[in-house]
Design a protein around this ligand. Structure first.
Ligand code: FEO
Length: 165
């Protein structure tokens, strides 16, 4: 049986995933306003992926016979200082999420909750990928620099499909 402490921690993580979703939706709106449709598209996909993460945690609670409590979502930021600023904040945010997932794993290990450990392993792997893909975008932005480079990268990010987690 899943403990109350674990259920509460997972419910908090569900909120964190929805917060992430809205941060990326806000970034998508920022890119739309900045006439960078490719980056706006990339962030919209990121938003959709975060909603899927929240749902994955929700389904785990349902499967374990626990109750999901949907919490209030934080209002995302609206203003950024260009694409590099956005992607640097994205990386910082993903590093924060990675730390949250690791804390959840620590709790699952402490409680000998093997089912939650198994579910969390997917997220641990996912975070490695997320941090790597954002780091690659930051490197490209730093290398390409000026507006011509940003235009090229915008076109490339506009090709992100829905299943390239
Ligand atoms: Fe749900 Fe981007 O981690």
């Amino acid at each position: 049986m899943i403990s109350k402490k674990m259920v509460a921690a997972i419910n908090d993580q569900i909120k964190a995933e929805f917060d992430s979703a809205f941060i990326y939706l806000g970034m998508s709106a920022y890119f739309e306003d900045s006439d960078l449709p490719g980056m706006a598209h990339w962030m919209r996909k990121q938003y959709e992926e975060e909603v899927e993460h929240a749902e994955k945690f929700m389904d785990h609670l349902y499967e374990r016979g626990a109750t999901v409590k949907i919490q209030e979502v934080a209002k995302p930021k609206e203003k950024y200082d260009g694409p590099l600023d956005v992607f640097k904040e994205t990386l910082k945010h993903e590093q924060h999420v990675t730390a949250l997932i690791h804390k959840l794993m620590d709790l699952a290990v402490e409680e000998k909750d093997y089912a939650t450990q198994s579910m969390l392993q997917w997220f641990i792997d996912e975070q490695v990928e997320e941090e790597a893909s954002v780091t690659a975008i930051i490197k490209s932005l730093e290398l390409l620099g000026g507006s011509g480079g940003i235009y090229m990268l915008d076109r490339e990010l506009g090709r992100r499909s829905g299943d390239d987690d």
